[in-house]
Each structure stands twice: as C-alpha cells, then as structure tokens.
Design a protein around this ligand. Structure first.
Ligand code: GLN
Length: 494
C-alpha cells in the first residue's frame, strides 16, 4: 500500500485485518514522515523505539484475531498527558526533566487497546493559548499556507502540535485536550475534526491540570468516523477521577447512519458577531443549508448570556489554574532554579517559579490569585460562577425546547500568522469566543472542516450537542461532513 500515513483510522484498521499492511509498516511510514517534518515543530519528544515495539506487539495481537479497533494505529499524544517513562512536561520549562512513573488513564486506555504512541506533541504551555506560541519547545506551525504566501501560520492552540501532526499526515490521529476550545479551534485551523466530549466522559487522571472544572480530553482525527472510533477508546468511567461519569460508552461508529431527518438544529443569533468576516458568515449559512437539505429542521434560537462567556471564562480558568499550578515549586519534580549562598526555601520557590513559568502562565496565575483574593472574590470569581450557571441554563432551555444540536462557526477567522496576535492577550483570547460556552456548560462539541477561505485556508463549523449524547452529535457531524465533502490537503512545503 502506498501513502500509509494518509490513511484514516478506519481504513488502516480494515487494511490491518485483511493483511494489506502491518502496524510496523504504518509506524515506520509515520516515523519517517515525522523525521522529515521538523519544520512543523509538531513533535516535542519522539519515541521511535517504543513505537516499533508496540507496533510489533499490535501485529501479533491482530494476527490472533479479535484485536480492538485502535490496535496497531500510530498516534501522537499531547504533551499534557503523563506517559510512563516518557517526558511529559506540558510544554513548560518548570516540568523539565519530569518523566512520570505512571500513565494517564486516557493514554493508558489507548495503549491497552494497542494504539502505537509515536511521541509527545507540542502545545501551548500548560494548555494556555490559542496559537501554540507559548510553548517552551518553540512554535508549532500550520502545514497550510495562505495563497502564494510563504508566511508561517499558527496551527491554533493549545493543541497545535496535535493539529499540525494530523493535518500533515505525520500520524493517523492524536489526542488533544480542551479547556476553552483547544481541540476545536486548532482542528478548524488545520482542516481536521476535533471532538470535545461532555465534561466527565474522559478521565482527567494523569492529565496535567489547567482548569479542572473545564478540562476535557478528546480525539483529533481526519474524519468524523475516526473521531467516533478513537473517542470511544478514550472515554469511560475511572475510579481515579471523581468527576468521571459512570455511564456506558456506546459504539459511536455504529450510530453513524448519516440520517438526521427530523432533527432540530438550533442557530443561535448571539453567535453572529460584529466584525465577523463575510466568509465565516457565508460558511455558516451554507452549513445550515446542508443540514436542512439532509432533512433537519432549522430553528432560530437564543442563548442570551453568550456575551458574558468570554469574560467569565477568563476569570474561572485563571482562578483554577492559579490553584492547580501552586504545586510547581521546585521541591518534588521538574525544574529547580540555582540557589545563591544564603537562599532559603522562599527564595527557592520564588526563583524556580520566576524562571520556570513563561509570561502567559504568569499572567494567568496573577489574574487567578487576584480574582480569588479576599477583597475581590465576590466581585469576580463568584460573579463569574453565577454567569456560568446562566450560560448553562441557556443551553438547558434550548435543549428542553426539543433542539437536538446547535450549529455555530468554530472560530472567528481562519489561521493567522505566527506573531500576529501574541503581543495582545485580549486579541488572542477572542479566538475562543465560539468555543468557551461549551466548556462552561460542560457540553460536547465538535469542529468539522467545511470549506476554504478565499486564500485557500480551511474553515470549520462547530456542532454542540446534549450532554452524554456524543453519538447523536457525531452522527449530525457525519451528515455535515458528507454534505461539505471537504477533501483538501495542505500542499507540502516542509
Ligand atoms: N485558548 C484558551 C485559553 O487560552 C483555551 C485553551 C484550552 O482549551 N486549553 O485558555
């Protein structure tokens, strides 16, 4: 078989079963693609020996019959997931040298299903960012370029390495995490599919915490079918995470009929933002028409508290981050600053944190401690929590009125140039305007590539579903994907 790295999970699974290819062949093809793609900055830690060893084991397991779907599939793992014996540093200097003794539940489930880890993927430091420019490893780069320009574009963030690697066919799929949009925004910027499951679907155990009430892992794949296959392998109850739900995980792939006749799709008027490019507006209308043509009923809806979502998110997420990141003090793991004669424990904490955290992480810690401080707790943190409850109620109301899914743009623009927004944090935060509501309400959301802008860059739409109904959501996304027929790939320059 040629072009092994271009295969979807579904095609590779089938080819592995007919003997047309082997996991070792797939893995070697991916490893050589990775070797030729350093310019993308997607892989931060490569693990070729582990990959070949697991591929051999997967081939043996497939030969015995009855191997799970993910068996033998080469994937990349975001650096936020702790992986046993392999560097896991959340793209931060403060976790330099940290090699966990344990495996995160999600990456462990993939490993146990026989998936082959190719290495750890670049990301924004502690998953804070929308452009993969806050990473200690340097930028990840989008394989897509605009028109005839040679300007390097962001793959989005924080799961920028994951998006770049999947879009450039360095791996068949990757894990991501999404606290405010970090799976869906990079997926939209690179023309791939990104699913953020319902909060509590995937265990957070062993995933470096950013904002614990928002964080959720999910698959980043080439197709909706692949998101169904890989998502199922990542989800499930875990006694080690008290927020993980004790609910059965259905066979999502079996639910992909593409039949959405009679489903009610809500179009929220608040997502029509001032200054939104015409192309995004046009894409949204086209997507709406596609779902209508597929037999869905389109209904205008209102989510009145949407405009408060971004400010609420940028209070809650930093508040939780400032608490979660208090553990990095140079005592137990990772980086420790050099001490001067006479330095005590306080100086060690201060110097380690000053040198170990990057500027965006420090900004979040300062905002977080400020909004949680005794004098401002009610004015900021408690207020944001109340707003969050209202945002959640908006969605509950709409779903109670028999809306099955909500269609919105995934991002307010196509991928922008590296360096363009990083100097202005508020500009960067605006990238999350369509995605953070979903995290605040704990809902499942998926980004589906649906078109190109006039410079030839991918654009995506987002579908938001009811809690625990990822199967339905994936099926609606499947219908949208089929209608949009997005097959474009970036032209290779790296
Ligand atoms: N861009 C958002 C932030 O910086 C979301 C990040 C994420 O989902 N991890 O907080």
């Amino acid at each position: 078989m040629s072009d092994l790295t271009k295969l979807t999970i579904a095609a590779a699974r089938d080819a592995l079963r007919t003997g047309e290819t082997t996991s070792v062949a797939l893995t070697e093809a991916c490893l050589s693609a990775i070797e030729g793609a350093d310019a993308l900055g997607a892989f931060a830690h490569k693990t070729p020996e582990i990959a070949i060893e697991r591929a051999k084991a997967a081939d043996a397991r497939i030969a015995q019959g009855d191997a799970p779907d993910m068996c033998g599939i080469p994937v990349g793992i975001k650096d936020l997931f702790c992986t046993e014996g392999v560097a896991s540093q959340a793209a931060s200097k403060i976790l330099e040298g940290f090699t966990p003794e344990y495996e995160s539940t999600v990456s462990g489930q993939l490993r146990d299903a026989g998936a082959v880890m190719l290495g750890k993927l670049n990301m924004d430091e502690f998953a804070m960012g929308s452009s993969n420019e806050t990473s200690v490893y340097g930028n990840a780069v989008n394989p897509w370029r605009a028109g005839n320009s040679n300007a390097a574009l962001t793959p989005g963030g924080s799961s920028g390495g994951s998006a770049s690697a999947v879009a450039a066919d360095l791996c068949l799929a990757a894990t991501g995490t999404d606290t405010g949009g970090s799976i869906r925004q990079p997926a939209a910027f690179t023309g791939i599919v990104g699913l953020k499951p319902t909060y509590g679907r995937c265990s957070r155990w062993g995933i470096v915490a950013f904002a614990s009430s928002l964080d959720q892992a999910g698959p980043m794949t080439k197709t909706v079918r692949d998101a169904a296959i890989m998502g199922r392998a990542m989800m499930g109850h875990d006694q080690k995470d008290s927020t993980s739900a004790d609910l059965p995980v259905p066979d999502f792939e079996a639910m992909l009929t593409g039949d959405i006749r009679g489903k009610v799709i809500g179009i929220p008027k608040e997502y029509r933002m001032d200054g939104m490019p015409d192309e995004i507006e046009a894409l949204w209308s086209e997507g709406t028409q596609m779902l209508k043509d597929a037999g869905a009923e389109i209904r205008d809806i209102t989510l009145p508290h949407t405009k408060y979502a971004l400010p609420a998110y940028y209070v809650i997420a930093p508040a939780e981050a400032s608490s979660n990141l208090a553990r990095y003090d140079g005592v137990r793991f990772g980086y420790r600053a050099k001490m001067a004669p006479g330095d005590g424990i306080t100086e060690m904490y201060e110097k380690t944190r000053a040198e170990g955290f990057g500027p965006e992480v420090k900004r979040r810690i300062m905002i977080g401690t400020y909004v949680l401080s005794a004098g401002f707790y009610d004015a900021y943190y408690n207020r944001a929590r109340r707003v969050r409850a209202l945002i959640k109620r908006d969605f509950e109301q709409v779903f109670a009125d028999r809306v099955d899914a909500i269609l919105t743009p995934a991002t307010p623009s196509a991928a922008f140039e590296l360096g363009q927004e990083v100097a202005d944090p508020v500009q960067m935060y605006l990238n999350d305007v369509f995605t953070v509501t979903v995290n605040l309400a704990g809902l499942p959301g998926i980004a589906v590539p649906t078109g190109l802008d006039r410079t030839g860059l991918p654009l995506g739409l987002q579908l938001i579903g009811k809690p625990w109904e990822e199967g339905e959501l994936l099926n609606t996304a499947y219908a949208l994907e089929a209608a949009a027929g997005f097959v474009e790939k970036p032209a290779r320059w790296w």
